[in-house]
Design a protein around this ligand. Sequence first.
Ligand code: 5AD
Ligand code: SF4
Length: 441
Amino acid sequence: MIKQDKKNIFIETYGCQMNEYDTELVRAILRKAEYRFVEDELSADVVMLNTCAIREHAHRKVYGRVHEIKHKRQGTPVKIGILGCMATNLRTELLENKNLDIDFIAGPDSYKRLPALIQESYQTGKKNFDVTLSEFETYSDVYPMRKEGVNAWLAVMRGCNNFCTFCVVPYTRGRERSRSVSNVVDEVKHLADDGFKQVTLLGQNVNSYKEGGHDFASLLEAVSKVNGIERIRFTSPHPKDFPDQLLNVVAQNPKVCKQIHLPLQSGNDRILELMNRTYTQDEFLKLVDKTRKLIPNIALSTDIIVGFSTETDKEFDDTIKVMKQVRFDSAFMFKYSERKQTIASRKHEDDVPEAIKTERIVRLNELQKQIALERNEAHIGETHSVLIEQEETNKSKDHYLARCDNNKIIIVPKGPYYKGEIHQATITKASPHGLKGNVLK
Ligand code: 5AD
Ligand code: SF4
């Protein structure tokens, strides 16, 4: 058997922030078991793909990637493990597909078993798996091995009980469970000591956080008391869990950033009901109004699905209408893709033709691009607090990438200020994707 301490691991992550965070947990678990990490699949003994099952695109990519890795390795020994949501969603397919050369599978609640799964794989040479979902696992005893940076992700709850009919998450990640306030606060103190300036609280349904008599509003308050952490963000919330108390904390607590993600999914009441979103167009619009009254400078973003089962042109027009009325600062837009296990896959036929989904998403994209540009242009001339995140951008070594409190990216020329610092900047230019400006000296 290969000695454990000789093994090199390479992990590749697909999908959402929660998966990025889970990779950090996995790295911490494997480091404790004395594995080492490498930066590419060529020098690794074990390659793990931390996968996403939310849309079709994501899972096709993973199949292609397994074949690519095998091809690149040209017969040199390599173990391949599938982690994350595909592991729970497609376990049988993954295990039985003879064309897919993989060695082990671990679901989102089984990461503590990874050292054993890897070892067993070397010992027996057989495909093995653990995709058991837990009602309790929150990894509250694992301090993630994070990438260096300004922001730290921190999962305060895991799982989802909402069962939106299109969504696979309740099946791949199981039921909701939250960490205790004191455990989260202890980790945030640790993060501050490690030099992080911002923490982003994560959860599949983060604002349904509930533990020991505390709700999400009181968790935010507790986290905000930690010295050294200057900005707090959270994602992804559900519109059903925004009591006034939570909106008031966002409005009044200077550390809580003025940015809320409010996934609309559809603007039509019949489709919202088919999706089991539990709100109507009117209730959503009222929540937006209340949020903007309480927090006038709030930036709002959203998620939209076009072409959900039976959605007509007229019903899609309701989504357009709501987008025009709300004028989100940004939006993530997706074509509906049927996922195995979901309620929609059992009850509602995926009957909107691909060409119509494409037409709708193109229309929505164009509209949103225009709205985002106008909303960004409205900031020109304003002065905002910006946190310097990177001392270069993808395009230029002479510029810094910074972020406004409202989550908008702002590019500023290099100067005598550094990563992790907050400065005042005046906004001079805008595009649909972000801002440019100058730091005030
Ligand atoms: N098809 C398309 N988009 C989906 N999403 C979730 N499930 C699906 C699906 N089956 C989108 C939703 C959700 C975001 C994370 O992904 O908009 O808010
Ligand atoms: Fe999926 Fe709905 Fe839960 Fe979000 S709230 S993870 S969309 S089931």
